[in-house]
Design a protein around this ligand. Structure first.
Ligand code: NDP
Length: 445
């Protein structure tokens, strides 16, 4: 790292002690900025780098709620409003027991550059809670969401901060959160949340968008080599929103996804994933991956390790951060994997990324390849503001166009800064310069 960025990184570590994931996300971006700052030194002036790594606002709050047996629980809620240069803060809410300030901060920081890459008017933010929805009744989830929104509602709004879903927050949770917001504000502000149900302001293709976009990005990367996904074997991790729709789009493009996973293990289905069964188990029954195996002859459940030991051509990590480490990367490379596109946020460790780049395979960082979700959320906001609704084909065509533009911006920026084919540098440089130019225009704020 250059001296100027190294100093900023050291300050981040000193100021945000113990927040390892945040340090990791900042380091990755700052490392890419060396060639950008060398070419355009004004980006390091007026404390711009120091400002961009410091959230504009951090909110942390108590979330008390009562379970079905009458016991009181106290969770912790977060909203990090990181950067509003390009528009209202925008980013999902995560409900998972591992959530803490550092995890929300890393996600919010990534979101700034991802949202900039989409070319839409959205700033970066993220939120969530250490609440675990697994095994909770609908009534418990509803009471939790109502308590969470009672505080969050003071801080958000269609022109201020627009949350959405993430791990543990899907259509059910967004519904309860919206219902409580509407009750507290006495105002039907459809644009205050995205990922809404289709009957009350949601957008067609939003559910599919992150997974579809990730696969479209992988397809664009392969096209630069005159290749495509047709006939390729794919390992997918996760069995949630992103994983399911990555599998769907991959199948539509003629590829063969053969794995998926959740926190209880991973499934290998050499015949190709039965998507209808997977949706039934995960979306309808809220079951575990073992329930799929019980009903699918030939599929097997592996309860140790992750799916990266299975020989495939393409890997799509779609579960969570740091789920693909150096050993997993070595195993993928040994088996001839030639493409890795991140559906999740920061799923590959720095060592794994280094291994992919050293091997010269196609590797896409999540802030570029999974940006289709937030891009379609911005399309949802656009439809809400215009009190209109597009059909599926219109929304999907816009998503496809945005993913192609993000891919091309990454390629172009990587070439501009002297590292053709480096999608990490490309994504960070293109995202950063868009935000930085606007921060400069707005003065020191
Ligand atoms: P879901 O909650 O729908 O699914 C998450 C999946 O990942 C589940 O199968 C879950 O298994 C598994 N998982 C989560 N944490 C772990 C863990 N610690 N170890 C093993 N498995 C785990 O979330 P999404 O699909 O929405 O999100 C997945 C990833 O994609 C996240 O990194 C998220 O930030 C990112 N993302 C999501 C977007 C969206 O639009 N939803 C947009 C952009 C990025 P289990 O149920 O057993 O916990």
């Amino acid at each position: 790292m250059q001296d100027v960025v190294e100093k900023v990184y050291e300050q981040v570590v000193a100021r945000n002690r113990g927040e390892a994931e945040f340090h990791q996300a900042v380091r990755e971006v700052l490392e890419s900025l060396g060639p950008v700052i060398s070419k355009h030194p004004h980006y390091a002036e007026d404390g711009l780098l120091e400002r961009i790594v410091e959230p504009e606002r951090q909110i942390m709050f108590r979330v008390p709620w009562v379970d079905d047996a009458g016991a009181v629980h106290v969770n912790r809620g977060f909203r990090i409003e990181f950067n509003s240069a390009l528009g209202p803060y925008k980013g999902g809410l995560r409900f998972h027991p591992s959530v803490n300030a550092g995890i929300i901060k890393f996600l919010g920081f990534e979101q700034i550059f991802k949202n900039a890459l989409t070319g839409q008017g959205i700033g970066g933010g993220k939120g969530g809670s250490d609440f675990d929805p697994h095994g909770r009744s609908d009534a418990e989830v509803m009471r939790f969401c109502q308590s969470f929104m009672t505080e969050l509602s003071r801080h958000i709004g269609p022109n201020t901060d627009v949350p959405a879903g993430d791990i543990g927050v899907g259509g059910r949770e967004i519904g309860y959160l919206f219902g409580q917001y509407k009750r507290l504000r006495n105002s039907y502000d459809a644009g205050v949340l995205t990922g809404k149900g289709l009957a009350w302001g949601g957008s067609l293709a939003r559910t599919e968008a992150t997974g579809y976009g990730t696969v479209l990005f992988a397809q664009s990367m392969l096209a630069t080599k005159g290749d495509s996904l047709e006939g390729k074997k794919i390992a997918v991790s996760g069995a949630g929103n992103v994983a399911i729709y990555a599998i769907e789009k991959a199948q539509q493009l003629g590829a063969k996804p053969i794995t998926f996973s959740d926190s209880s293990g991973y499934v290998v289905d050499e015949a190709g994933v039965d998507l209808e069964l997977l949706k039934q188990v995960k979306e309808v029954e809220r079951g575990r991956v073992a329930d799929y195996v019980a009903r699918r002859p030939g599929a097997r459940l592996v309860t140790e390790g992750r799916p990266w030991d299975v020989p495939v051509d393409v890997a799509l990590p779609c579960a969570t951060q740091n789920e693909l480490d150096a050993d997993s990367a070595a195993s993928l490379l040994r088996n001839g994997c030639a493409v890795v596109a991140e559906g999740a946020n920061m799923p590959c460790t720095p060592e794994a990324i280094e291994a992919f780049q050293a091997a010269g395979i196609l590797y896409a960082p999540g802030k570029a390849s999974n940006a289709g979700g937030v891009a379609t959320s911005a399309l949802e906001m656009e439809q809400n503001a215009g009190r209109t609704r597009w059909d599926f084909a219109t929304a999907e065509a816009k998503l496809t166009g945005i993913m192609a533009d993000i891919h091309d911006s990454c390629v172009e920026a990587a070439e501009t800064y002297g590292r053709p084919g480096d999608y990490v540098l490309g994504a960070n440089a293109a995202g950063f310069t868009r935000v930085a130019d606007v921060m400069i225009a707005h003065g020191i704020v």
